[in-house]
Structures are given as C-alpha cells and as structure tokens.
Design a protein around this ligand. Structure first.
Ligand code: NAG
Ligand code: NAG
Ligand code: NAG
Ligand code: NAG
Length: 385
C-alpha cells in the first residue's frame, strides 16, 4: 500500500468518524415522558388554590377560555396551563381544592399572594397568602405520603384513577414561579439597603425547598425567574408626577425592575450552585423576565394595546375599582370594574396579572428553551447536560 493511499484512507476514516459524531450530535433525544407535574408558586401559576382556601376569584375572570371563573388570575389560561399542554398532561388541580379534584397527573401547590419567605401579615391586609413556599413544601410532603396510603388502600380502579402513582413522583416535572410577592412586600416595608440585604435570604430559602424535593426523589426542575414587577400597571396607579429617570422608556418603574434583576441574578447563581450539589438533578433556569419585558417593549410594534393600560377594572383619576368588583368613585356613582372590548390585545388583565393572550405569548417564548439555561426545550427538561 502506497503512502498516498494510506493517508487517503486515514483522511477518509477521520471524515467518516466526524460525520458519525455530527449525526450523533444532531440526533435528537426523545422527549421526556413526564408522568406528572407539581407546581409551586403564587397567583402567576395558581389554578384554584387561593379560591379554594379563601374568597373565590369572581367573574369576569376566566371568561375567555373557561367561560367562568376557575380560580385563575386571568381571563383564561395561565403559564402553567400552557406548560401542561406542552408536556401532554392535563391542567393541574389545586392541592387545596377538596371538591372534584383529580390528582392522577400531579397537583398545584401555588396560591395567589404566596411568597418564598413567611410574612408577618394576614391575607386580609394586603393579600399575602399564608401558604409561603415552606408551607407548600409541607403540603407536597403530606400529599405524597397520604396519596400513597390511599392508592394502596383503594378499592377500585376508579378510585385509583384520581391518585398519582407513587413511582411517578421521581418522573414528574417540578415547576416554580415564586418571588414576585417577596419583592412587593419589600417595596412596601423596606428601604433599598434592607431589600438588598434580604435577597440572599429569600434565595437561600428557595434553594432549601429545591433541595428538600430532591431528597424526596424529585429530579426535573423548571424554574421561572421573576418578572419586571415595575412594569405592572398596579405599581403605577398612584404615581402622578414621576421625577425624571424614575420610569424607563417603556413607562416601567426602574428602581423596582432593578430589584427584580438583582433577585434573578442571585436566583440564577443559586441554580448553578444547586447543579453541583444535586448530581442527579436536571435544573432549568428560565428567564421569564426577558419574555415579559420583551412583550412590553414590542407591544406597540406588534399591535397590542398600551401595556400600561389594564383590560379589566376601572382605573381613572376619579377612582379605582378592581376587576370584578363594584366601587364608588369620586362623584359618588357606583362603578363595576368591567372588561375591555378586546382582551386578546391587552397585556395586562387586571393591573397585576396578564391576559391569556399575553400568557400564551410568554409560553411561546419560553417553552422552546430559547430563554433557558441550559437552552433546552421543556419537553427535554429531564436531561441533565
Ligand atoms: C417576622 O417576624 C419575625 C419575628 O419578629 C422576624 O424574625 C422575621 O424576620 C419577620 N419576617 C419577615 C419576612 O419580615
Ligand atoms: C382522572 O384523570 C385521568 C387523566 O386525565 C383520567 O384518566 C381518569 O379517568 C380521571 N379519573 C376520574 C375518576 O375521573
Ligand atoms: C360620575 O363619573 C362617571 C365616570 O366619569 C360618569 O360615567 C357618571 O355619569 C358620573 N355621574 C355623575 C352623577 O356625575
Ligand atoms: C423560540 O420561539 C420564539 C418565539 O416564537 C422564537 O423567536 C425563537 O427563535 C425560538 N427559538 C428556538 C431556539 O427555536
């Protein structure tokens, strides 16, 4: 065999090897088969917990998709509903909902007004839920042990069909969307230095929750960061003459968004650290902040209504009446906080929460992984890479 021919062979073999490696790397992994979903959070992902425990959310909430109020703080689906659809699971029932609930494919521990840290106030003051993240973890643990007993004792397959299978807990997707209310309480009760000092403790309590679930067998974690809270119309209702620089170019409160960004930076670092501490965990950090801020910045050019205007509720100079409530305005007349003409064109539903249209838009941005670390779609969030 001549040298030339020998070299040619080597080159050919190396190229073939390269090709094989390339084919290997583009060969997509199979989508994860999540057997269930467990969600922890606040009103951004509540699917009925707050309504079951306290006063139900009224009409016109739910009008667009469910055609009745269903415990969601939106006119339709919330982000966790779009996640369920994407991974092929039914919408999550709230753990706290004792009537007609089906937990065969998971449960939702989120309630409107929940925080990561316990707060020293009742829900009747500013709507802060007593079901902080540590309590939601208690609920999870109790849910897991009690459903195991019930499943083992079930007399019929019909009874069992309402309950999760014990082996599915480790094959479930664990989702998180919490922290926004820790910031909203902080804006009300702390100065900038105190907020700065509090964030590491909030984040460390979040990490403890993830760690605890891991010890219980959870493996796949999908973690939303917190949104641009300074862009929520509610925070602008009572601001009349903002000083120059108080608002950014889209009309959001810069100082509040800066705190959210600081929170998110520390959350992302905490998730990175958890990856080293939890060797079998697939942890995805999702930059929902960028999706939400992205919509606010593009709203005008994409034909949406002014993102600082709410669709439901009466919010004018002569008074504020919340979505679905009745209230008296300055001139003495009673007003109903009703719904706008085109909810599908609005970003903000009620001043605090987003419309189904906006939630759907956010889902399209985040579910394919383009805003995730690592950048993998939710259908592949069970792989650790
Ligand atoms: C609640 O009060 C306790 C006791 O005074 C205090 O240690 C804790 O830091 C407070 N929690 C918050 C979130 O302010
Ligand atoms: C509970 O939900 C599962 C999944 O959708 C379904 O297969 C099962 O029949 C439901 N159980 C009952 C009693 O409705
Ligand atoms: C009070 O103000 C509302 C809203 O501007 C208006 O629709 C209503 O006609 C006014 N009522 C009276 C009695 O002036
Ligand atoms: C994900 O979806 C968004 C919105 O449709 C799109 O802009 C982006 O390019 C997609 N990214 C990937 C990685 O597919």
């Amino acid at each position: 065999m001549g040298c030339l021919r020998g070299w040619l062979m080597v080159i050919l073999m190396v190229s073939a090897l390269r090709l094989a490696v390339m084919v290997e790397s583009v060969q997509p992994k199979a989508a994860c088969k999540f057997a269930a979903m467990y969600n922890f959070g606040d009103s951004n992902s509540d699917t009925g917990g707050g309504s079951a425990a306290f006063q139900p959310i009224p009409w016109p909430y739910g009008r667009t998709f469910f055609h009745k109020p269903v415990g969601r703080d939106s006119d339709g689906r919330v982000l966790v509903d779009f996640i369920a659809e994407q991974v092929g699971l039914p919408y999550l029932n709230a753990y706290l909902n004792s009537i007609g609930a089906n937990f065969s494919h998971g449960a939702n521990f989120a309630t409107g007004g929940s925080t990561i840290r316990r707060q020293n106030e009742t829900i009747f003051q500013y709507g802060i839920s007593p079901f902080s993240l540590d309590v939601q973890i208690w609920h999870h643990d109790q849910f897991k042990s009690r459903t195991k007993d019930l499943y083992d004792q079930a007399k019929s397959s019909c009874q069992r069909s309402l309950l999760p299978r014990h082996e599915d807990f480790s094959k479930a997707l664990y989702t998180f969307d919490i922290g926004q209310n820790d910031l909203s309480v902080a804006f009300r009760t702390m100065n900038d230095d105190q907020i700065h000092a509090a964030i590491p403790n909030i984040i460390s309590q979040f990490s403890s929750a993830v760690q605890h679930l891991y010890e219980q067998g959870a493996r796949s974690f999908w973690i939303h960061n917190t949104g641009p809270i300074g862009c929520l119309p509610v925070n602008l209702f009572y601001i009349t003459n903002p000083k120059p620089g108080f608002l950014d170019k889209f009309g959001c409160i810069k100082g509040q968004n800066d705190k959210a960004i600081e929170f998110n930076k520390q959350l992302k670092d905490a998730v990175t650290k958890l990856r080293t501490q939890l060797p079998k965990a697939a942890l995805t950090y999702v930059d929902l902040y960028s999706a939400k801020y992205g919509l606010i910045s593009k709203a005008k050019s994409q034909g949406w209504a002014d993102p600082m205007k709410v669709c439901c509720g009466y919010h004018e100079k002569d008074g504020h009446v919340w979505c679905g409530q009745k209230g008296v305005i300055t001139n003495g007349s009673t007003v109903f906080g009703g719904v706008c003409k085109n909810p599908e064109l609005h970003v903000s539903w009620d001043g605090v929460h987003h419309t189904e249209g906006a939630n759907h838009w956010f889902a399209n941005q985040i579910l394919n992984g383009s805003l995730s670390d690592p950048p993998i779609p939710i259908t592949h969030a069970c792989y650790r890479n």
